[in-house]
Design a protein around this ligand. Structure first.
Ligand code: SF4
Ligand code: SF4
Ligand code: FES
Length: 241
């Protein structure tokens, strides 16, 4: 069963391990199926046309963050994007900023690991862990805010969409600042505003951001990135004063 449309995909191809073969766009045609996602379309291309096409998927349900790519120039999760939402010609390219593995596959892990190390994006506990102690209570509203930040799947769409991150790979971007918010909000974390100041209140933190909010528009998990920016800016300015 088809939807009646014949889809044309123009797909970026390049293998960094074969640098003598220049980058190119390959064109593939497939029949659109009902409820077809880009994940299904790319598998159809691989089965019907070219088994060597490289792209990443794991969960197929917008949880693992591995299938980000540029879809007609906009970062998106391929498993969450239905072909019915796209025109008949679709151009696919790998996310910029991240290390290219090949074709549509990038290694977001290098960038995210560096960001986590620079921000020390883990709990620095106020007290040593005591397995005998009762669990500390947490205010419901605070727990909910932390949960909202923790929904980040590290897909990299916000970083690929960000003009500043595209010219400076050390800019923390939405994913990095969201991670800082997550720990700055946590009452179990020992760090205060002055500890965060040197990493947040810089050109590679909130003051490098030009504020057009492409990150907020592109985040497939609809994280409250705009609110986190405003909150971190207020905290940085309060500390500076
Ligand atoms: S609002 Fe800031 S972090 Fe978001 S895309 Fe724009 S420059 Fe990048
Ligand atoms: S903030 Fe959103 S767009 Fe950015 S990495 Fe996390 S889930 Fe992806
Ligand atoms: S395959 Fe996991 S987010 Fe798309």
């Amino acid at each position: 069963m088809t939807n009646g449309r014949r889809l044309t995909f123009e797909v970026f191809r390049f293998n960094p391990e074969d640098p003598d073969t220049p980058p190119r766009l390959d064109t593939f045609e497939i029949d659109e199926q009902p409820y077809m996602s880009l994940y299904i379309a790319l598998n159809a291309i691989r089965e019907q046309h070219d088994p060597s096409l490289m792209f990443d998927f794991a969960c197929r349900s917008a949880i693992c963050g591995s299938c980000g790519m540029l879809v007609n120039g906009r970062p998106a999760l391929a498993c969450k994007t239905l072909t019915s939402s796209l025109p008949e010609t679709v151009r696919l390219a790998p996310l910029p900023v991240f290390k290219l593995v090949g074709d549509l596959s990038v290694d977001t892990g290098v960038w995210f690991r560096d960001m986590v190390e620079r921000t020390e994006g883990w709990i620095k506990a106020k007290e040593a862990f005591d397995p005998e102690a009762l669990e500390e209570r947490m205010d419901d509203d605070v727990a909910q805010e932390i949960y909202e930040s923790d929904r980040c799947i590290e897909c990299g769409c916000c970083i690929a969409a960000c003009g500043v991150a595209n010219i400076d790979d050390q800019f923390l971007g939405a994913a990095g600042l969201n991670r800082i918010s997550r720990f700055a909000l946590d009452p179990r974390d020992a760090r205060d505003d002055s500890d965060w100041f040197d990493i947040v209140a810089t050109e590679r933190g909130v003051f490098g951001c030009i504020g057009l909010m492409a990150c907020d528009d592109m985040c497939p998990k609809e994280l409250p990135l705009r609110e986190h920016y405003a909150w971190l800016r207020r905290r940085a300015l309060r500390n500076a004063g």
